[in-house]
Design a binder for this molecule. Structure first.
Ligand SMILES: Nc1ncnc2c1ncn2[C@@H]1O[C@H](COP(=O)(O)OP(=O)(O)OP(=O)(O)O)[C@@H](O)[C@H]1O
Length: 617
């Protein structure tokens, strides 16, 4: 174990950071990392590779690549084929191995190596399989409201799903749809807009990708609108746009998209801030049928004329409430309302999250048309697969309580949430001093540092990740067995998302939170969450809750205390035309689109203090 830090630092992702020459940055974003380096790929993992630096490096490379047969693919795209295609020659659309020919989808040949890269192999430590509690999802009540709600599907079948997609779903070892997928697939394939709220880890990504790919695989590429064509400038004309709040989440959705577009004509791309824009522009040039983006970077590309939204058929807002919290509303409105995206009647719009505060439902009024509101379980509730524990720990005792906790039950991966960037660094340093393999992710770390931290955590090279809110949403990291709220968040929705990093896809997990007098503002929300998920409520918490309700208001809780401001139902059912001022504290955001770039500088993290290389290596 002692030589691991050395091993990892030898595996330089960014030479400059690791004491290189400090010259031109060698930083390569994760989705490009394996290009031109096929030697990093492997057809089958070797047992002895596990948890070695070499494995870590390959894994970092393995996250990347492309859909069916990328190598040699871009050349063809950049040549005549792409040009024909962009000028309306949909029947000419072709790429190596993946084709749309004369109105027909001809799936590319199978590629065992790529399959192993995309779908993983069961022996891998990061192989994600559904857990023993997967069937419990079937018992969660589902409410779908709106006009003419289509019947849910019961299993993955074709129709309604496309056959190639079915093959890819099988390769991903998904045997049956989760509740959100059961409903979203027929809703979207019937052409309806959707606002979907389902518990963390219950397959929302598939919930929007599956119907979207089914439709794209069937309909094929369409011509670029005449007026959008330009002889001089090359740009991407995606058919589907997925907006996500954070760089890591965008990358993760892109990776999922790569899986399910395997052998298809659809080429996904991802753009986010903090990574060189030139590479991203080149990727978009090569063909971009599905674009996953953070709002800041997308605005930048739109301003540079590198992307046109004229062909968008599907717009997805993932974790939409978080994007509003981060102050992205002006950028999102600019993208959706002020660029060349088809109007709400001429596209399908889908919004997904595990929490939907009332104010996000108001955005829906502008962006969605005659939509269906789908809630799986109570909006904002947590999965019963997560065992939640609340411990009373005063601030000064937190470190020793944490050590107790880790020594008693540190198995698998542990994710520790803190409120400030400074605390993330301090706590990481402290844990490293105590001989734990810890690393940190927060907004003051460079993109390369954050990716390295995440890769190390996923590969179990560092089995503790100390994180601020940046890691709270959407991240799907297999084997996270324990989430610790060292500091509780002040917003109960954040609590829901944070603990949702464990207990995913029917697996079980534990979430432990340190509570003290600074956290009174979330007592009511916490009580509701614990009761809903049939969790044990500690006596001190129920006493406090009783006291607070007798007093009417909590000390220090402000107006926030007495409301979980989730839209627990479809607000349209309750005369939703009134005044909808936001009830959530919000970063109103400035709109320096280029520099926000996906938003970790604008992400409700509390003060940090410059860069630190907090990491156990
Ligand atoms: N039908 C399925 N069968 C088995 N596993 C699935 C299925 N659908 C999704 N999964 C897996 O479940 C995990 C969680 O899925 P996903 O990340 O889409 O959840 P989510 O609902 O978006 O969570 P969050 O709210 O945290 O963003 C992923 O590892 C995914 O591969």
């Amino acid at each position: 174990m002692a030589d691991l830090p050395q091993k990892v630092s030898n595996l330089s992702i960014n030479n400059k950071e690791n004491g290189g020459d400090g010259g031109k940055s060698s930083y390569v974003p994760p989705h490009l990392r394996s290009r031109g380096k096929p030697s990093f790929e492997r057809s089958t993992p070797k047992q002895e590779d596990k948890v070695t630096g070499g494995d870590f490096f390959r894994r970092a490379g393995r996250q990347t690549g492309n859909n069916g047969g990328f190598f040699g693919f871009s050349k063809e795209r950049n040549g005549g084929t792409s040009a024909n295609y962009n000028r309306g020659g949909s029947s000419n659309y072709k790429s190596s191995g993946n084709r749309w020919v004369n109105g027909k989808h001809i799936p590319g040949p199978k590629n065992a190596k790529l399959e192993a890269e995309l779908f993983g192999v069961h022996e891998d430590p990061d192989y994600h399989s559904s857990g023993i509690k997967f069937d419990n999802y079937d018992d969660i009540p589902v409410d779908a409201s709106g006009k003419d709600v289509p019947e849910p599907i019961l299993d993955f079948s074709s129709p309604p799903l496309d056959e190639l997609l079915m093959e890819n779903i099988k390769l991903a070892s998904f045997t049956k749809p989760t509740p959100v997928q059961k409903y979203s697939i027929p809703i979207v394939t019937k052409g309806r807009d959707l606002m979907a709220c389902a518990q963390t880890g219950s397959g929302k990504t598939g919930g929007f990708l599956f119907p979207l790919f089914t439709e794209l695989f069937r309909s094929g590429p369409s011509p670029v609108p005449e007026k959008a064509q330009s002889f001089y400038s090359r740009k991407g004309y995606p058919y589907a746009l997925v907006l996500a709040p954070t760089r890591e989440l965008a990358t993760q959705i892109f990776e999922e998209a790569r899986k399910f577009t395997y052998r298809s004509w659809v080429r996904p791309c991802v753009v986010y801030g903090g990574a060189p824009i030139g590479n991203q522009m080149r990727e978009v040039d090569r063909g971009c049928d599905l674009l996953v983006a953070t709002p800041g970077r997308l605005n930048d590309l739109l301003e540079r004329g590198k992307v046109s939204l004229a062909n968008i058929k599907y717009l997805v807002l993932d974790e939409a409430d978080r994007m509003l919290d981060m102050g992205f509303e002006p950028q999102i409105r600019h993208i959706v309302e002020e660029c060349d995206m088809p109007s709400v009647e001429n596209r399908q719009t889908l919004m997904f999250s595990a929490t939907f505060p009332v104010d996000i439902q108001h955005l829906a009024r502008d962006f969605l048309d005659n939509y269906i509101f789908l809630s799986v379980g109570r909006v904002g509730s947590t999965s019963e697969n997560i065992t939640q524990r609340i411990l009373y720990v005063d601030d000064m005792d937190k470190k020793s309580a944490l050590l107790d906790l880790l020594s008693a039950e540190h198995k698998g991966l542990t994710l520790i949430f803190v409120e400030t960037k400074r605390m993330a660094d301090q706590l990481t340093d402290f844990l490293i001093m105590q001989n734990f393999k810890a690393t940190a992710i927060h907004g003051d770390r460079t993109q390369a540092e954050r990716e390295r931290a995440l890769s190390a955590f996923k590969a179990n090279v560092a089995d503790i990740l100390v994180a601020t809110a940046v890691a709270a949403r959407g991240l799907d990291i297999p084997n996270v067995t324990h989430v610790i709220n060292y500091d509780l968040p002040s917003d109960i929705d954040d609590y829901v998302h944070r603990i949702g990093r464990t207990g995913r896809a029917g697996n079980t997990g534990v979430a432990t939170s340190f509570f003290n007098s600074n956290n009174q503002n979330i007592v009511k929300g916490l009580m509701e969450i614990l009761n809903e998920a049939n969790q044990e409520v500690p006596t001190f918490l129920s006493d406090l809750s009783r006291q607070n309700s007798r007093g009417g208001r909590t000390r220090g809780g402000g107006g926030f205390f007495n409301s979980r401001n989730n839209g627990s139902r479809d607000y349209r059912k309750h005369g939703g035309s009134g005044s909808f001022g936001s009830t959530r504290p919000r970063n109103t955001g400035t709109s320096n689109w280029g520099s926000i770039g996906g938003g970790f500088r604008n992400d409700n993290e509390k003060n940090g203090y410059g860069n630190s290389n907090a990491s156990w290596w």
